[in-house]
Design a protein around this ligand. Structure first.
Ligand code: MN
Length: 746
């Protein structure tokens, strides 16, 4: 798909654009100057030029020229992510390495290490997403890994995804749904984790629109219908507050906060409520502009609660205790004069920007270091997982991750008054592991607000928790059900795994010692069979139980002894007897068609390399009188001469019938079937199978037995070398007591 481009990199900085592109570039630079403190104009110019030139001939599904996509992504990076000029350059060039003949080295030479690094990270992410759709967990890990290196990579990737989602409608429906699902399962939760609420809502809404367009249209129509009434209500509700704020000289903005379409939908589903009930929860945001600071939020709060009656349980103070992702705000819910609940958020402009744009915005505010701390903590967490790779680590991680994601947080104090953020539902065990893994392992009991409580009791926001530890590890595997944090879960899982591994080894040693003493020799394969009989489907589980004493090793010894004395026939027999009629039929014919592996075939007296197969109507065996039938594609089908079908073929297509002979050296085994009829008696099947395997050294493929009113009727399928072999078997079967008839089954 990539044309070979001949681009002169030296000319990028002086490239002369068409008027349209010149306007686009000017606008891009203007936006950079508006949003960034400093911009390397030359860098943006060259990046835009290369983006334009390399994508010049491409178009998107919408029919637009391709270069408009990276340009739009760059705008998102500027206006919605507030990143920097280097990121804008990377956004402009993000598809070049993947989609055109330009190499990463060329990018590095022209634009430097940082731009190259960002683009490389993005290319890797999409590479992973393309190659392994099913292995989501792994994808996720890779995503996080690159994120831990430079967060800008992921933020530009988010911008890319956002633009793709905004233009999704141009793609075929199946593709839309695939991308939308991936977005809602992967990108939206990740955006939430970063505190990018607006991005998360938009990604969710766009995914929802693609996946359930009817539901989407229903809710958005309802929202439009109610828009005027809603605005009027908010206007009237806010009037007294507005007056008061003006009087006191406040500099502020009031926003009626629209709920996202998807969040309304999800509430309708989870709370089983009609649209009206969800919608009627009005939400208003008051944003204080400079020079107002945190303290002023409290003044606004008091005006509001002087005017309207607050609902105390709905009060949230994220000012004193910000959320882990850096979110700060004051929340209160009050009753309007008509009794409608209204949720109000109060925050400063800076807090609002952080809430809307997430941690990226934090970078601009050096004094507000909570954001950086959160990023650090998050990156730490990712590293922690990456440093302890285990087979299931990735999927467990995603599970924990999404679990933690949608849970509210609670705030817990250490005995020294330090604050700790934990997911809702956390127990003192979570807390202990959060303090230190050793504290977790040695935890004996907990004191919450000075009172002894069980370790498994759920904590409440504001609890002060003290862990009482013992000298040794007291870790209880059952705790796995009482913890919610990733850290506690992973440590307890590690412990369980380690304990199990040790137990399995111990159990194996106990058995091997025992077997050695008694001189019992059994293959691993047969040992599994014995274990199955003892109702164990995993050797590890069996060994583990032996180590715990939950299973007596003598029972295993006994099972092995029985197995060895009875031989494998019993095993074989019980397996064979389970074969149903249909299976029998299928197996018989499948094998008949494929069993032969002779090389060469005598056709009309000459040895040829012609392809041949055995007809399934008569299943010939070496020694049988056979005849060949040339199929239209030149293969030879071998039939017995007494086959019912061959007569018909000879009559109608005689020139295609060829004489064939069995080659001399036959190493193959053929399928033969024997029909047996006799008096039913206990042990008859056993006698027959014993005879076949032991005395005749013949392999059995299957046996199918019916007994009715004392009569026994069965079909035996065996591997034979030739017709003489089959006849030998039949003769011997006829000598088994009770057998009345045995003959080749045609
Ligand atoms: Mn792209």
């Amino acid at each position: 798909m990539a044309d070979t481009l001949s681009i002169n990199f030296d000319e990028l900085k002086s490239y002369t654009f068409e008027p349209k592109q010149q306007l686009e570039l000017d606008e891009l630079l203007r936006q950079c100057h508006t949003y960034f403190e400093k911009t390397d104009d030359d860098l943006i110019y060259r990046a835009f030029a290369l983006s334009y030139l390399s994508h010049k001939n491409g178009t998107r599904a919408s029919g637009e020229p391709y270069y408009l996509h990276p340009l739009e992504v760059a705008h998102i990076v500027i206006k919605e992510m507030s990143l920097d000029d280097v990121s804008v350059a990377a956004a402009l060039l993000h598809d070049t390495v993947e989609d055109t003949s330009i190499s990463l080295d060329e990018i590095r030479q022209e634009f430097g290490d940082v731009v190259a690094h960002l683009i490389d990270g993005m290319t890797k992410i999409s590479g992973v997403l393309k190659s392994r759709e099913s292995k989501q967990a792994e994808t996720f890990m890779k995503l996080l890994m690159s994120m831990a290196e430079d967060l800008r990579v992921v933020l530009i990737k988010f911008s890319d995804r956002l633009h793709n989602m905004r233009t999704l409608k141009h793609l075929p429906k199946a593709k839309q749904i695939k991308i939308a699902t991936e977005t809602s399962e992967l990108y939206a939760p990740l955006a939430h984790r970063f505190g990018l609420f607006r991005l998360k809502s938009e990604l969710e809404d766009l995914s929802f629109r693609a996946i359930d367009s009817q539901g989407y249209r229903f809710i958005s129509r309802k929202l439009r219908e109610k828009k005027d009434a809603r605005e009027k209500f908010i206007e009237e509700f806010m009037q007294p507050i507005r007056d008061q704020l003006y009087k006191s000289g406040f500099n502020f903005e009031i926003k009626g906060r629209p709920k996202s379409i998807y969040s309304i939908y999800r509430k309708m589903v989870t709370q089983q409520k009609p649209f009206e009930d969800i919608y009627d929860l009005f939400a208003i945001r008051i944003i204080l502009d400079e020079p107002h600071a945190r303290e002023d939020c409290w003044r606004v709060y008091s005006y509001i609660t002087d005017t309207y009656t607050p609902i105390p349980e709905r009060f949230r103070d994220f000012l004193s205790v910000p959320k882990a992702n850096g979110y700060q705000s004051l929340h209160t819910t009050v009753f309007s004069r008509t009794g409608v609940k209204v949720e109000i958020q109060i925050r400063t402009r800076q807090m609002d920007e952080i809430a809307e744009k997430g941690l990226a915005a934090h970078w601009k505010y050096k004094e507000g270091s909570d954001g950086n701390k959160s990023i650090d903590r998050f990156v730490h967490w990712v590293r922690d997982v990456l440093d302890n790779p285990r087979p299931d680590a990735a999927s467990e991680f995603v599970q924990d991750f999404t679990l933690n994601l949608f849970q509210d947080e609670i705030y817990i104090f250490t005995p020294k008054g330090q604050l700790m953020t934990l997911p809702k539902g956390a127990t003192p065990i979570d807390f202990a592991f959060e303090v230190h893994s050793e504290v977790g392992e040695r935890a004996l009991a907990a004191k919450v607000n000075g009172k002894m409580v069980p370790l498994r009791q759920k904590l409440q926001s504001g609890d002060q928790v003290e862990i009482i530890t013992g000298k040794n590890s007291n870790l209880n595997p059952d705790w796995i059900n009482d913890v919610v944090t990733h850290k506690a879960k992973s440590r307890i899982r590690q412990f369980i795994n380690m304990k199990e591994r040790k137990g399995i080894e111990e159990g194996r040693e106990i058995w091997q010692k025992k077997a050695g003493k008694l001189n019992l020799e059994i293959s691993d394969q047969d040992l599994v069979k014995v274990a199955n009989k003892l109702k164990y489907h995993s050797m590890n589980k069996l060994y583990y139980d032996i180590s715990l004493g939950a299973f007596d090793v003598n029972n295993l010894t006994k099972g092995v002894k029985d197995f060895l004395s009875k031989g494998r026939i019993e095993e074989e027999k019980s397996r064979l007897e389970r074969i149903s009629d249909e299976e029998m039929h299928d197996q018989y014919y499948d094998s008949a068609r494929t069993a032969g592996s002779m090389r060469g075939l005598l056709v009309n007296g000459d040895l040829t390399d012609v392809k041949y197969s055995y007809s399934k109507c008569c299943n010939p065996i070496p020694g049988d009188d056979v005849i060949g039938f040339l199929s239209r594609n030149g293969d030879v089908k071998i039939h017995r001469t007494n086959c019912n079908n061959i007569g018909y073929l000879i009559k109608n297509d005689s020139e295609r019938v060829v004489e064939i002979g069995w080659p001399k050296a036959i190493t193959a085994q053929f399928i033969g079937a024997v029909r047996i009829i006799g008096e039913d008696r206990v042990g008859l099947v056993n006698d027959i199978t014993n005879l076949i395997s032991q005395s005749l050294k013949t392999n059995m493929k299957g046996i199918n037995v019916n007994s009715e009113e004392g009569m026994f009727e069965g079909t035996l399928i065996i591997y034979v070398e030739d017709i003489a072999h089959l006849e030998r078997v039949i003769k011997r079967i006829l000598k088994v007591p009770g057998v009345k008839q045995a003959y080749r089954f045609e």
